[in-house]
Design a protein around this ligand. Structure first.
Ligand code: ADP
Ligand code: ASP
Ligand code: MG
Length: 465
């Protein structure tokens, strides 16, 4: 029987009214699809608030998390009002109270310990989804769609890499067969927490920020879904972030590779890990707008050759630093690159891009700015001897740079695209600090100073179409 997985993001879960809209969308889909599973994020801003409670508690602040408990209680209680009858609302309030009591206790523990471990952060940040599933499940039942809230910690099995856990698909599939499939068999819509899972010992993990999209893909795989629809607050994937480029247009179709590049290079509309699992089971992926449900949104299609040679979309990743390891004596030192990236890896920092070095005497790469200081210190330690001998002159970071990427599968067949990209930036007086080694031929990435980022995106957006 045909199965549809729909994921509603935080932006679609902002208020009682928005939750009501999601429930209507599920009801309409349920009329067409015999089996529908729903994955939801926390209400918008809630995960941020929970993490703020944890990080402030870690530095001894006992006021902020208490204030947040009241704010979050008010927000969820307001959303609950009017979603369902009194009895259901009362049980919803109990769930919210229990989750917020847990938030309070965990933050208290973090304050006493003076440290928010990754494991504690996951336990705390998972609470938003654990509340939101009840809101939408309640609303669905109230409008006549039989639904049940399901905590993904009960069936999404992951490794123990807190903050960025990886699913273990076989274990997840067998647990899902026991827990989720029977609900679908009974015609019930499972409403599943996005973002979270649990490791083999039962400790709650998260898949990383924005990870509910990935959750939808995981659920899609274990249920063998025919389609996975990601519902958000814009008309699908657009030619650029509409918050930056006012005349960004929605794209009717994108190939898997194009959307993978866009997601990897910062288009927040889709978490980068979502795409691969969905392709592997050959199911259809769509991005749609909760606030404009009749709009077709974007359909992600199989890769095709020979599409027309235009830039399809532009994206950017902000808050990065460019790390440079530089020295005239470097050529003679064996394994510089391996040791540089080894030292970086030991700080648990992922490298976003390795840029084309301007000469053999330097290695440049990009890391999130928050990790830059740690990375520089680790590399300095690794090369202490070479620095003393002046084989390596210095290790330094250029703070606040941005990667701007243009994407389009047809670009590889079209000569002159790179030239047009550089001329567009040159004409606008924007300095290109480095060029990326493209991870595939369907994108070109450039590094520019943060102050030029939005303008660079707008200039390059003129090349789309
Ligand atoms: P959700 O809560 O539904 O997961 P997100 O905030 O994570 O929503 O993602 C949707 C947002 O992604 C949009 O509101 C938009 O500002 C941003 N975005 C960035 N780049 C793009 C793009 N190329 N197309 C569409 N949206 C984009
Ligand atoms: N609520 C989580 C976050 O804010 C997951 C998601 O929204 O996808 O990161
Ligand atoms: Mg998101």
């Amino acid at each position: 029987m045909k199965t549809l997985v729909m994921k509603f993001g935080g932006t679609s879960m902002g208020s009682a009214e928005a939750i009501g809209r999601c429930a209507e969308i599920v009801r309409a889909a349920r009329a067409e699809w015999p089996r529908v599973a729903v994955v939801v994020s926390a209400m918008s801003g809630v995960t941020d608030a929970l993490l703020k409670g944890a990080t402030t508690a870690a530095v001894g602040d006992s006021v902020t998390y208490q204030t947040l408990v009241s704010e979050l209680r008010e927000r969820h209680t307001a959303a609950l009002a009017g979603l369902a009858d009194d009895q259901a609302t009362a049980s919803g309030r109990t769930v919210v109270r229990d989750c917020l009591d847990e938030f309070f206790s965990l933050c208290h523990a973090v304050r006493v310990l003076g440290e928010a471990s990754p494991r504690a952060l996951d336990a705390i940040s998972s609470l938003g989804e654990r509340m939101s599933i009840h809101l939408i499940a309640m609303r669905l039942n109230a409008v006549g769609v039989r639904a049940k809230a399901v905590d993904a910690a009960d069936f999404v099995v992951t490794d123990s890499v807190f903050l960025a856990a990886n699913p273990q698909m076989d274990a997840t599939k067998s647990k899902s067969d026991a827990l989720v499939k029977p609900l679908l068999d009974d015609g019930i819509v499972p409403v599943i927490t996005g973002f979270i899972g649990a490791d083999a010992s039962g400790a709650v993990t998260t898949l990383g920020r924005g990870g509910s999209d990935f959750s939808a893909a995981i659920v899609g795989v274990v249920l063998g879904a025919d389609e996975v629809w990601i519902w958000t607050d814009v008309d699908g994937v657009m030619t650029a972030d509409p918050r930056v480029v006012k005349d960004a247009r929605s794209l009717e179709a994108l190939t898997y590779r194009e959307v993978a590049e866009l997601a990897y290079y910062g288009a927040k509309v889709l978490h980068p890990k979502t795409i691969r699992p969905v392709i592997e089971i050959g199911s259809i992926l769509r991005i749609k707008n909760t606030f404009n449900p009749t709009h077709p949104g974007t359909r992600i299609v199989a890769d095709e050759d020979g599409t027309s040679g235009t830039v399809k979309a532009v994206t950017a990743i902000k808050s990065l630093s460019l790390i440079t390891v530089e020295g005239r004596g470097m050529i003679g030192v064996p394994g510089v690159a391996a040791r540089t990236f080894g030292a970086t890896a030991r700080t648990h920092t992922s490298v976003l891009m390795i840029s084309q070095a301007s000469s053999e005497q330097s290695i440049c790469f990009l890391v999130p700015s928050a990790s830059a200081e740690r990375v520089v210190a680790a590399i300095e330690q690794e090369f202490a001897l070479e620095l003393a001998r002046r084989d390596i002159d210095k290790v330094w970071s250029w703070p606040e740079v941005v990667i701007v990427t243009v994407v389009g599968a047809g670009m590889q067949h079209t000569p002159g695209i790179a030239g047009r990209v550089f001329s567009a930036l040159g004409a606008a007086g924007i300095n290109v600090i480095a060029i990326a080694q493209g991870s595939s031929e369907c994108s070109i990435s450039l590094v520019v100073d943060a102050k030029d980022a939005d303008q660079a995106v707008r200039e390059l957006h003129k090349l789309t179409g």
